[in-house]
Ligand binder design. Structure first.
Ligand SMILES: Nc1ncnc2c1ncn2[C@@H]1O[C@H](COP(=O)(O)OP(=O)(O)OP(=O)(O)O)[C@@H](O)[C@H]1O
Length: 590
């Protein structure tokens, strides 16, 4: 029960924002229309039930005129039912796509907001495969929430309407057992109720493991798909390493989980279907058995018996809603749990950035330096990585950061960019200043070359001439004629070419601070030197901060700082101090 209550609370939390959003008028109107049609359909069911009484009595009494009239009545009722069903589905689908559209936009916004997507990965992300949650789970959530709630509402109204009819029929067709009349008021209603309670309890007992199995199935499917995408993305490496065999094994391993879980679902579903099918087959005959004695005792006519059977099946059907919808309910609860986990994961990634014991990145007006104060960067597991205090990167003073591999140079850049939350202390950066980070392997979205270079700006932000100039400046004039070509540029260009494109991006964006994290390391030294000269010429106002291991880079920077080991962490020191520290350590050791 608690479980059900918490699921309903979660569904409410996930579903209600749409009906309060800017699209609320359309959403609420469509929902109201779908509900109104559902109620109208129940009303038609009630009319058809009463019609059955008249129709079968006309048959029994060989009354041709009444028979023809009732056929006409049926045609009208059936036509109305068909039209209502068609428009209910149409409006339902319309509501689904609007709701899904809103939820997808909302999820994309919060997931991509303030690097939440990145922090979610860092924290070991409880929400696996966000792609699946956004692409598939939202769609399933919207579709199943609508079908289940509208279905449930329809069944409640059906129940209320038919219980009254069935109660009345119980009086005209009293219960007769072994020739004796048993005066139980509303016995047909009680019969339907006991039948449905028994069915629901057994269904739940047999089917409850399906919720977990369904959750796992969706996860395994998403894992398998994600690994296929990774194989496709890294196909060159796999081909060069002859890794196809290993890859096949790994993929089949993942697929094995899909299959294994599916077999469990099959076996559970088989048991559940065996029960639900027997249950609904028995439900066809059950009301006839109850009222047959009264019919054969000639206490009710044929029409009365047919009406009773149909009313009984409506009440029993409504009461057995959970039996028939169990499989959908199991899938739906799994989807609800997955979306809930995703929302929580985004929320904790967002709060992680603003917690008191994290790195505080403050934007200060009227200053032109980046200052690190009492900064201690940590790994996600809490171990210290880098300490820096009273350290500044002044505007217009280019800095080269060096240090051993794994010392935390890239992490320092991540912290300055405001995406590394683990640690304490503060980093103040000038307000309204454009910082740009260029990693060793720049990212280019799949699309036109022009859009890929200008990323993350809108594709038309830079004129084609400007982009061509930038390409020529970085030594890629041969790409200048291909600006409109769509491709997967990360896969198509060499790493050196990608790094040149990265610099072209910086030339277009003209940031005040440009952080180059081994962003030219794949180029030969003369080409690297040429690129640094181009940056200095074309971006004279830009402060360069580089990470690099080559000594040839020294010439292009005003000062050097080094990360040197200091106990369990690395400290940031200007190289003259670092050299002194090294010398001291050396003399101490000898
Ligand atoms: N997401 C992460 N989760 C856990 N540990 C991480 C994560 N990112 C980085 N690290 C660890 O932090 C340490 C510093 O990594 P970082 O990439 O900053 O080093 P680096 O000095 O730039 O190294 P290199 O010169 O080899 O590029 C490494 O030990 C790395 O394994």
């Amino acid at each position: 029960m608690n479980n059900l209550r918490s699921t309903v609370a979660i569904v409410w939390r996930i579903a209600i924002p749409y009906f309060r959003s800017e699209d609320k008028v359309a959403g609420r109107t469509l929902l109201a229309a779908v509900i109104a049609i559902q109620l109208a359909l129940v009303a038609i069911d009630v009319l058809v039930n009463k019609w059955q009484n008249r129709f079968f009595n006309a048959l029994q009494e060989y009354s041709w005129d009444v028979f023809v009239w009732e056929i006409g009545v049926f045609v009208v009722l059936a036509t109305a039912a068909v039209l209502l069903a068609v428009y209910q589905l149409y409006l339902n689908q319309w509501l689904q796509i609007r709701w899904r559209n809103w939820m997808t936009q909302h999820y994309l916004e919060t997931w991509l907001d303030q690097a939440n997507h990145y922090r979610m990965q860092l924290t070991g992300d409880a929400a696996d495969n966000p792609d699946q949650r956004i692409a598939e789970d939202i769609q399933m959530f919207v579709q199943n929430t609508l079908s289940l709630t509208i279905g449930l509402l329809g069944q409640i109204v059906t129940l209320a309407s038919f219980v009254v009819i069935l109660w009345g029929l119980s009086e005209s067709a009293p219960l007769i057992i072994l020739g004796k009349e048993l005066p139980i008021p509303g016995y047909l209603v009680w019969g339907a109720l006991i039948y449905a309670i028994f069915g629901t309890a057994l269904t739940h007992w047999i089917g409850s493991p399906l919720v977990d199995l369904s959750f796992q199935q969706q996860r395994f499917e998403a894992d398998f798909r994600f690994n296929l995408v990774r194989t496709r993305e890294n196909s060159e490496q796999i081909a060069l390493l002859r890794g196809e065999g290993a890859e096949r094994g790994r993929l089949l391993d993942r697929f094995g989980s899909v299959i294994g879980n599916w077999y469990q679902i099959m076996s559970r579903t088989k048991r559940l279907t065996a029960f639900t099918q027997s249950y609904s087959q028995a439900a066809v005959i059950f009301p006839y058995i109850l009222v047959a004695p009264a019919y054969f005792a000639k206490m009710i006519p044929m029409g009365g018996m047919m009406q009773t059977a149909s009313a009984f099946s409506s009440v029993q059907g409504a009461l057995s809603f959970f039996v028939t919808a169990y499989r959908t309910l199991a899938d739906w609860r799994a989807v609800v749990a997955r979306l809930d986990g995703f929302e929580r994961s985004i929320e904790s990634a967002a709060t992680l950035a603003s917690q008191p014991h994290t790195v505080d990145v403050v934007h200060v007006a009227d200053k032109d330096s980046i200052d690190l104060a009492q900064l201690l960067l940590k790994l996600p597991n809490g171990l210290p990585l880098i300490a820096a205090d009273g350290f500044s990167i002044s505007g217009n003073e280019s800095t080269l950061v060096t240090g051993p591999s794994g010392a935390g140079k890239s992490t320092l850049f991540r912290a300055i960019a405001g995406v590394w939350p683990f640690g304490s202390g503060s980093i103040s950066v000038p307000a309204h200043t454009k910082l740009m980070m260029l990693p060793q392997r720049p990212y280019f979205p799949i699309g036109t070359l022009k859009a890929a270079i200008g990323y993350p700006a809108e594709p038309d932000t830079f004129t084609s001439d400007k982009v061509k100039d930038a390409l020529t400046a970085v030594g890629l004039p041969q790409l200048a004629d291909r600006l409109g070509e769509e491709a997967h540029w990360n896969r198509m260009l060499s790493l050196g070419e990608q790094q040149r494109l990265g610099i072209a991006r910086a030339l277009l964006h003209r940031p005040q601070y440009l952080f180059l994290d081994e962003a030219t390391a794949s180029l030969d030294e003369p080409s690297e030197a040429r690129l640094y000269r181009v940056i200095a010429e074309q971006l004279p106002e830009t402060t360069i901060v580089s990470i690099g291991h080559r000594s040839t880079l020294h010439a292009f920077h005003d000062r050097r700082v080094e990360l040197i080991r200091d106990g369990d962490r690395f400290s940031l020191r200007p190289t003259d101090q670092a050299a002194a520290a090294d010398a001291a350590a050396g003399s101490g050791g000898s």
